[in-house]
Design a binder for this molecule. Structure first.
Ligand SMILES: [Zn+2]
Length: 280
């Protein structure tokens, strides 16, 4: 008889989508009191999701700090039963750790809208210096959808997403099985109507437990093959430099593309083009 296995959970934690945070001044690492407050809020939301998952019987929780320097989560306040992937550079970037521990579910906490989303506080897609728009198979996507496709490559469904209303809209369109926790409703790039951090933590704890209990109905976000990644760059010089890199084609003045049937290869191409674009 097969043993009943409760899932282990992988959390990818970003910060722009966390409760009450609306400005880059708050979320960029530095000595400010605003950033110190922001990282406590982020840590609280990750801990709430961790506690909910463990309360519902999850075997294990691994948290990957996925924002900027990737050293935002306050280590000494981390829920003691979680393990933390901290720091950069990491090959799988926002999903580092998902391949090595064999998790069965992924949670995306503190996620944000894509660049080009009309009402999304701090909306961007990976690099606002390089990426004007990102498309997968012709569909404009944000980090949420890119990362859901990469999680699917490792056989891991996304079961829970938290962020502003725009982010949850992207989740509803592309990964409708995932539970959603709203942290705020963006009114512009720098303003939102926010729920309190405590209310968000309470909702996250409950939703994380629900996600673990209902893990059998979660699905992977599979893209049709081959996968075509297209990036509209901010500048022509970026498109020129990326278009000369192996495997890329420059398909328009400010557009580059990369095609593969392997989503890990596509993701690697994305990380590479960001580095090349930033240097161009
Ligand atoms: Zn971020």
């Amino acid at each position: 008889m097969e043993k009943l296995q409760l899932p282990s959970v992988f959390i990818s934690a970003d910060i722009e989508g966390c409760a009450t945070l609306v400005h880059w001044d708050e979320v960029m690492p530095g000595p400010s009191a605003a950033y110190a407050r922001a990282r406590r809020i982020m840590t609280g939301e990750v801990n709430a999701a961790t506690r909910g998952a463990l309360a519902a019987g999850a075997r294990d929780v691994v948290v990957n700090d996925a924002h900027s320097s990737m050293r935002n989560l306050v280590g000494q306040d981390l829920e003691p039963r979680a393990r933390l992937v901290s720091g950069r550079v990491k090959p799988l970037y926002m999903l580092e750790g998902i391949e090595s521990d064999g998790p069965e579910l992924a949670f995306f906490i503190g996620y944000h809208g894509a660049i080009g989303d009309r009402d999304a506080v701090m909306g961007h897609t990976y690099s606002p210096r390089v990426i004007f728009e990102c498309r997968l198979n012709g569909l404009a996507v944000g980090e949420l959808t890119i990362n859901a496709a990469l999680a699917a490559h490792f056989g891991v469904p996304v079961a829970l997403v938290s962020g502003d209303a725009t982010t949850l809209g992207e989740a509803e369109r592309n990964i409708p099985w995932a539970l959603r926790v709203q942290t705020k409703v963006s009114m512009s790039y720098f303003a939102a109507q926010c729920r309190s951090p405590q209310a968000v933590c309470d909702a996250l704890q409950e939703a994380a437990a629900d996600a673990v209990r209902s893990h059998e109905r979660m699905r992977c976000f599979e893209l049709a093959r081959p996968i075509v990644l297209e990036i509209d760059t901010m500048t022509t010089s970026q498109a020129g430099a990326i278009g000369r890199a192996a495997g890329f084609a420059r398909t328009a003045t400010r557009t580059v593309s990369f095609t593969s049937s392997d989503m890990a290869e596509v993701y690697n191409a994305l990380v590479t083009l960001i580095a090349v674009g930033a240097a161009a």
